[in-house]
Design a protein around this ligand. Structure first.
Ligand SMILES: Cc1cc2nc3c(=O)[nH]c(=O)nc-3n(C[C@H](O)[C@H](O)[C@H](O)COP(=O)(O)OP(=O)(O)OC[C@H]3O[C@@H](n4cnc5c(N)ncnc54)[C@H](O)[C@@H]3O)c2cc1C
Length: 405
């Protein structure tokens, strides 16, 4: 017996599709409509910077489901039509093609859009990587490129640089973090990642980018750092983070603050939920709002949203988790390492050698805050068990000040 007889999902990628699948798994038999700006079918993003970019996979292999599996969900998929507005009271979405779609429950799962370099117009040879089409195009251009500069040394930039160097390309990774992924991992582990990159031929440059240089033929020819240093390039990939895709919600009256602000049950307003990269939810255990940009979160949060649509009142309070693959090393991070955390190697060896395998534990104020696995997946998962998220406090429907994780 369902209190809700229709669900409308904006965004048909990891979070949106997982919501639909979780609803059906839980026995929901009502109407489901799923809308996506992209022409479809839905695909997974983690392989884009790895297997698809390297050419190990044909792009189609990144599709999340077969057409038959999508059909079996008995949902109405509307691909290639963007949501352009939301009426929160009527729970109605207006679309680019002029549709007006209403339902008793609406799920916002529109993810992120990548940042571009400030003031930089689109230019041949300058790429972003968020979509399958962008991965295809970048892969095509890599085939003819010699010198690559990847701008942004966070997780995505580091992965792209690793893939490019793995293809034998002359690769420079430039960014404002002191070492690749220093913000995520802290100085010690980021130092090991820097070793991994340099050992595999990536040139690491620390600095902010002032602008892109243009060749006389109207194609990119390099990158100028704020310091004045020039980095020649015939292909540039910009990976300087993303912003939540919430422009279309600007007039909705929902609270938007680096994402759709939700309560601990992922509700942004009565009957309106958010899931995945776009959702800034209240984490009851940590007592703060978080927005997580990772694949596991998209599916796990969708499960809680589906349950709550069907009448449960579950809080979403996960231990944050993500993985990255670079030069054949799988790095997994469970929890959130505090900036001042003390790092100890709990298993294995971490001396910067090619066959390093280890588990690191991050402790701050005498408390374990994160566990990192470096090519030690099973052991890392075992250690992560001592990281159980603090028990959620009673449901928080107020929205305190937003804090980035
Ligand atoms: C290249 C790459 C590599 C990654 N690698 C990893 C990894 O190794 N490990 C990891 O944990 N995470 C990784 N991630 C992150 C992970 O892929 C995301 O966390 C996950 O895709 C989030 O899913 P989502 O459904 O919330 O958002 P998205 O995947 O961004 O999907 C949002 C969907 O909404 C649609 N949309 C946007 N605006 C509208 C609109 N107005 N109307 C209708 N539809 C709209 C979009 O077309 C899209 O299909 C990677 C991401 C990228 C880009």
């Amino acid at each position: 017996m369902n209190a809700v007889d229709s669900v409308l999902v904006a965004g048909a990628s990891a979070a949106g599709l997982s919501t639909v699948e979780a609803l059906r798994r839980k026995g929901y038999q009502g109407r489901i409509t799923v809308l996506d700006a992209a022409a479809g079918p839905p695909y997974d993003r983690p392989p884009l910077s790895k297997q698809v970019l390297s050419g190990a996979w044909q792009p189609e292999r990144a599709h999340l489901r077969t057409p038959a599996a999508l059909d079996a969900l008995d949902a109405r998929f509307l691909f290639g039509d963007a949501a352009t507005g939301l009426d929160v009271v009527e729970r109605t979405i207006r679309t680019a093609s002029g549709r007006l779609l209403s339902a008793q429950a609406v799920v916002l799962a529109t993810g992120l859009r990548p940042r571009t370099l400030p003031g930089q117009e689109p230019l041949p040879g300058v790429h972003l990587l968020r979509t399958l089409d962008q991965a295809r195009e970048l892969r095509r251009e890599l085939a003819a490129a010699r010198r690559i500069v990847v701008v942004g040394n966070g997780v995505l930039g580091s992965e792209i640089a690793a893939t490019c160097a793995g293809l034998g390309l002359d690769t420079t990774l430039v960014g404002i973090q002191a070492a690749p992924m220093a913000e995520q991992f802290g100085p010690r582990i980021a130092g090991l990642l820097a070793c991994l990159h340099t050992r595999n031929g990536v040139r690491l440059v620390n600095g902010g980018v002032g602008g892109v240089l243009t060749h006389r033929q109207g194609r990119v020819s390099g990158v100028r750092l704020r310091s004045g240093q020039l980095l020649p390039a015939d292909l540039v990939v910009v990976a300087i983070g993303c912003v939540p895709a919430t422009d279309w919600l600007a007039a909705s009256g929902l609270r938007l603050d680096d994402g759709v602000v939700c309560d601990s049950g992922c509700r942004a307003a009565p009957g309106i939920y958010a899931a995945g990269d776009v959702a800034r939810f209240h984490h009851g255990g940590l007592g703060t709002h978080l927005r997580l940009e990772n694949r596991t979160n998209a599916t796990a949060q969708a499960g809680v949203v589906a349950a709550n649509i069907l009448g449960a009142d579950l809080p979403y309070a996960p231990v944050p988790y993500f993985w990255t693959d670079q030069f054949g090393v799988r790095i997994q991070l469970f929890g959130t390492p505090a900036a001042d955390a003390e790092v100890t190697i709990a298993e294995g060896g971490a001396d910067g050698s090619p066959d390093d395998r280890f588990v690191a534990r991050f402790e701050a104020a005498g408390r374990l805050t994160a566990v990192l696995g470096w090519n030690m997946p099973k052991q890392a998962r075992l250690h992560s068990r001592s990281l159980a998220a603090p028990a959620p406090r009673p449901s928080a429907t107020a929205h305190p000040a937003s804090t980035r994780p």
